[in-house]
Each structure stands twice: as structure tokens, then as C-alpha cells.
Design a protein around this ligand. Structure first.
Ligand code: C2E
Ligand code: MG
Ligand code: MG
Ligand code: MG
Length: 284
């Protein structure tokens, strides 16, 4: 890895060489080694999907699951996405990894739907690298639907606002194609991006996930409550479903119920679980 890092440094020209400090070198090496191991991890089957239940606020019923990737590292243990998603993005590995997640999660949820004889929804996160090659994402979704036999309407893709705002026209075209397949679209981390709300009109959005930062103090901070109330009013008048993220306490849930929020996810009910555990608790 050191050799590769040096090669890149030299490649930038003699004058730049001196600026390639040892600190940068260490960081580049770290990055390259994460990338190489991540590539192997995908091949060796070390990536796993965990499932977090999403509940209906009014009834407490299970509404669906969100697929959340983890890396079962042989030495470092179970790694959350923030330890490797960025490298996956920058290296382009997010494309095959994302395809693997969609296919895997669709197959798993189809099994659960059959076993539970229930209409369980599935949400899958999609990141920028996957959306840039729209044709490939579209093909991957079609393939996952066909291989799993899942009803397209039970799959929802989660995208963030900032991701949607770049080259919005291309996004609209891709998301309309996916929408025609029957696949849903959710705006993730809603409220955290610097975006105009006009994309809500332009895109075939089905639901909004209010970022956990607004939920945390909802029962204590009148401003957070006002923001959530406003999001709910707007979303509901547009016919969108609203999900609150990061619900950890009964007080937060009570406040959301009072405000008329549709669904929630959070540690109050459960963190994301390995497939077997999810199955034991929610399917069998
Ligand atoms: P996200 O899609 O906004 O997912 C919500 C995150 O909040 C998850 O973290 C979840 O485990 C965590 N969470 C859920 N309930 C609570 C709670 O009550 N309290 C707190 N503090 N946290 C809670 P996780 O699994 O670490 O995922 C982080 C992010 O990584 C996700 O944010 C998503 O943007 C990305 N990600 C996860 N899986 C995938 C994937 O398969 N593909 C892509 N492209 N991105 C993924
Ligand atoms: Mg999400
Ligand atoms: Mg989120
Ligand atoms: Mg996120």
C-alpha cells in the first residue's frame, strides 16, 4: 500500500511531491487499505444487512423495515456504515455494494412476507454514487425485484435532500422511471440539507423521514415541536407519509402521537437487528 501511495504522489509531479506530507501519506495509506479490504469483504461475504423495524405511531404495529449495512470485520468486529461508507463512495465500490444490499434485502423481506403472511415494507438507502449511473441503478432494482419476487410497491428507496439537489433534472427522470415500476421514494434526514422545498413538487416522493436532530428534544423544545408540526402539515397536505427517526423515549413518542406523525423508528422499539433476530422478534 505504501508503494501505491508513493506512486500516486510522484505521479502528481516533482513539485507536488514535497507537499505529500507524512500525515497525508498515512491517511492515503489508511484509505487505500480500507478500500482494498472492503473490496475483499464484499467478495468474502463479510458485509451483512441488519434490519430496523419501523412502527406505526398510532397503533404500535410493525409497518416495515429499513435495511442498514454493517461490516462483520474478522478482527475489528461489527463496523457501522460511518466507518466505511465514505471510502465505498469515493472508490466507486458503493455501486456493487449497494446492488448487493438491494438484492439481499429484497430476497430476505420476501421470505418474511411469505412467512408472516403480511405486507411488510422495505426501505433501502441509496447514495450519490449509485444515483449517478441511473441506468445501472434502475437495472439493479429491476433485477432485485425479479429475483426476489417482491411487490415493487413494498420497496422504498431512501435518498437525502442534498443528493437530490444536484442535477435535479436527471434525478427527476430516473426517479420517475423507478416510480413507474412501482417503487417508492423517501427523503431521508429531512430538514438537514440546505435545499429549497421545490424538489418535493418535482419528484415522485412518497414519504419524508424527519431527521433525529429534530426529534431528540421534541417534548421539551417548542422550536423543534413547531418545526415538526410544520413538516407534518406540509407533508400531509401533499399526501406524504411522515416517519420520525431516532425515537428513543416514550416522551418523544407521545409528542409525535399528539402531533399526528405516521410512523417512527428508534431505539425505543429496537436498534437494527441481524436478520435471524429480527425474524424471531417480528416474523415468527
Ligand atoms: P440513515 O439512513 O439515516 O439511518 C438511520 C441511522 O440511525 C442508522 O444508523 C440507525 O441505526 C440509527 N438509529 C436508528 N434509531 C436510532 C435511535 O433511536 N438513536 C440513534 N442514536 N440512532 C438510531 P447506521 O445503521 O449506523 O447508518 C448510518 C447511515 O449509513 C444511514 O443513515 C445511511 O445514510 C447509511 N447507510 C446505512 N446502510 C446503507 C446502505 O446499505 N447503503 C447506503 N448507501 N447507505 C447506507
Ligand atoms: Mg435511511
Ligand atoms: Mg436518516
Ligand atoms: Mg443518512
Amino acid at each position: 500500500n505504501a508503494d501505491v501511495a508513493m506512486y500516486y504522489a510522484k505521479d502528481k509531479g516533482r513539485n507536488n511531491y514535497q507537499f505529500f506530507s507524512s500525515e497525508m501519506n498515512a491517511r492515503a495509506q489508511e484509505r487505500l487499505s480500507v478500500e482494498n479490504y472492503l473490496r475483499l469483504a464484499l467478495r468474502r461475504g463479510e458485509l451483512v444487512v441488519h434490519y430496523q423495524p419501523r412502527m406505526k405511531v398510532a397503533t404500535g404495529e410493525l409497518a416495515g423495515v429499513e435495511a442498514l449495512i454493517r461490516w462483520q470485520h474478522p478482527r475489528r468486529g461489527l463496523l457501522p456504515p460511518n466507518r466505511f461508507i465514505e471510502v465505498a463512495e469515493e472508490s466507486g465500490l458503493i455501486v456493487p455494494i449497494g446492488e448487493w444490499v438491494i438484492e439481499n434485502a429484497c430476497k430476505q423481506v420476501r421470505q418474511w412476507q411469505l412467512a408472516a403472511k403480511k405486507d411488510l415494507q422495505l426501505s433501502v438507502n441509496v447514495s450519490i454514487g449509485q444515483v449517478i449511473d441511473g441506468d445501472r441503478l434502475f437495472a439493479a432494482v429491476q433485477r432485485a425485484l425479479a429475483l426476489s419476487g417482491i411487490d415493487p410497491a413494498t420497496l422504498e428507496l431512501e435518498l437525502t435532500e442534498s443528493l437530490l439537489m444536484q442535477n435535479i433534472d436527471e434525478k427527476v427522470a430516473l426517479l420517475n422511471r423507478l416510480g413507474k415500476l412501482g417503487v417508492g421514494l423517501a427523503i431521508d434526514d429531512f430538514g438537514t440539507g440546505y435545499s429549497s422545498l421545490s424538489y418535493l413538487k418535482a419528484l415522485p416522493v412518497d414519504s419524508i423521514k424527519i431527521d433525529s436532530s429534530f426529534v431528540r428534544d421534541i417534548h421539551a423544545d417548542p422550536n423543534d415541536e413547531a418545526i415538526i408540526r410544520a413538516i407534518l402539515a406540509m407533508a400531509h397536505s401533499m399526501g406524504l407519509r411522515v416517519v420520525a427517526e431516532g425515537v428513543e423515549t416514550p416522551e418523544q413518542l407521545a409528542a409525535l402521537r399528539e402531533l399526528g406523525c405516521d410512523e417512527y423508528q428508534g431505539f425505543l422499539t429496537s436498534a437494527a437487528l441481524p436478520a435471524e433476530e429480527f425474524e424471531q422478534r417480528y416474523v415468527k
